[in-house]
Design a protein around this ligand. Structure first.
Ligand SMILES: NC(=O)c1ccc[n+]([C@@H]2O[C@H](COP(=O)([O-])OP(=O)(O)OC[C@H]3O[C@@H](n4cnc5c(N)ncnc54)[C@H](OP(=O)(O)O)[C@@H]3O)[C@@H](O)[C@H]2O)c1
Length: 238
C-alpha cells in the first residue's frame, strides 16, 4: 500500500482511545477515513461517521451499506472497537461476558466479512487490534483474555483462508499492553485500589504509540505482510 493518501479506510471504535488516535493519524496521512461506532459525535473532525452497535449483528450489514454510499471501494479496515471488563470465570457477570464476546469477537468477524466484499481485486488490508492478553493470560484475564485469544486465532484463520484461496488480501494484528484510555478505567470498575496501584506502578502506553504501529503496518509495501506486533510499556512487568 505504501502511501495512504487517497485510500479509503474504515476504523471501528473511532470515537475513543486507540481507534480515535488511529483515525486521526490516518487523516494526517491524507486518507479518507470512515469511523464506525455508537457515539458518532465523538469521531475526530474530518472522519465520516457511521453509526453502528456491534451488539446488533443485523445492523452491521446495514452500516456497511451506508458506507457504500460514501465510499465505492474500501482499501483497508482497522478493527479497534472493543470492551473489557475484569469479569472472572468463577464469579463474573455473564452479561459482561456476552458483551465482550459480541463486540470483541463476533462484531470484529462480521466487519471483516463485510469489508472483504468491498476490497479491491488487487488486495486490501485488515488490522485487528488484539491485546497482550491474546498472547498470555494475566492473573486478571477472566473472560476478556479468551476474547483476545479468539481475535488472534481469527487473524491466523483468515490469513490461512486468503492463502488457500489465492487471495491478495493481507491481515495483521497489533497486541498492546496497557494503553491509557477509558477502557482501562472500565476494566477496573469497582476496583479503585487495584487501578490506582497499577497506574502508580507504570507509565501506560499512549494511544498514539499504537496508532503509529498501525500506520507502519498499513504503509508496508505490498510484498510485506506483517503478522502480529506486540508492544508494551517498558514499565509493564507481565
Ligand atoms: N486500553 C488498553 O489498555 C488496551 C490494551 C490492549 C488492547 N486494547 C484493545 O484496543 C481496542 C480499543 O480499546 P481502547 O482502549 O481504545 O478503548 P476505548 O477508549 O474504551 O474505546 C473503545 C471503542 O470501542 C467502541 N465500542 C465499544 N462497544 C461498542 C459497540 N457495542 N458497538 C460499536 N462500537 C463499540 C467504542 O465506541 P462507542 O462507545 O462510541 O460505540 C469506542 O470507540 C479494544 O479492542 C481493546 O480490547 C486496549
Amino acid at each position: 500500500m505504501a502511501t495512504l493518501s487517497g485510500k479509503s479506510i474504515l476504523v471501528t471504535g473511532a470515537s475513543s482511545g486507540i481507534g480515535r488516535a488511529i483515525a486521526t493519524a490516518l487523516l494526517a496521512q491524507g486518507a479518507s477515513v470512515f469511523g464506525m461506532c455508537r457515539r458518532i459525535g465523538k469521531v475526530p473532525d474530518g472522519v465520516t461517521p457511521i453509526s453502528c452497535d456491534f451488539r446488533q449483528p443485523e445492523r452491521i450489514a446495514h452500516a456497511f451499506e451506508i458506507l457504500d454510499a460514501a465510499c465505492p471501494q474500501l482499501d483497508a479496515l482497522v478493527n479497534s472497537a472493543g470492551v473489557a471488563y475484569l469479569s472472572r470465570l468463577t464469579d463474573g457477570d455473564p452479561a459482561d461476558w456476552a458483551e465482550m464476546w459480541e463486540v470483541n469477537v463476533l462484531g470484529l468477524a462480521f466487519c471483516n466479512q463485510e469489508a472483504l466484499k468491498r476490497f479491491p481485486s488487487t488486495g486490501g488490508r485488515i488490522v485487528n487490534i488484539s491485546s497482550l492478553s491474546g498472547h498470555r493470560v494475566p492473573p486478571t484475564g477472566g473472560f476478556y483474555a479468551p476474547t483476545k485469544f479468539a481475535v488472534r486465532a481469527m487473524t491466523e484463520s483468515l490469513r490461512n483462508e486468503f492463502r488457500l484461496d489465492g487471495s491478495p488480501h493481507q491481515i495483521s494484528s497489533v497486541s498492546p499492553g496497557f494503553v491509557d484510555t477509558p477502557l482501562v478505567d472500565g476494566y477496573f470498575k469497582d476496583r479503585e485500589e487495584e487501578l490506582a496501584q497499577m497506574k502508580s506502578s507504570m507509565r501506560m502506553l499512549d494511544p498514539e504509540d499504537v496508532s503509529q504501529t498501525v500506520l507502519h503496518i498499513l504503509q508496508a509495501p505490498p510484498h510485506l505482510e506483517i503478522g502480529d506486533i506486540t508492544l508494551r510499556s517498558s514499565d509493564q512487568k507481565v
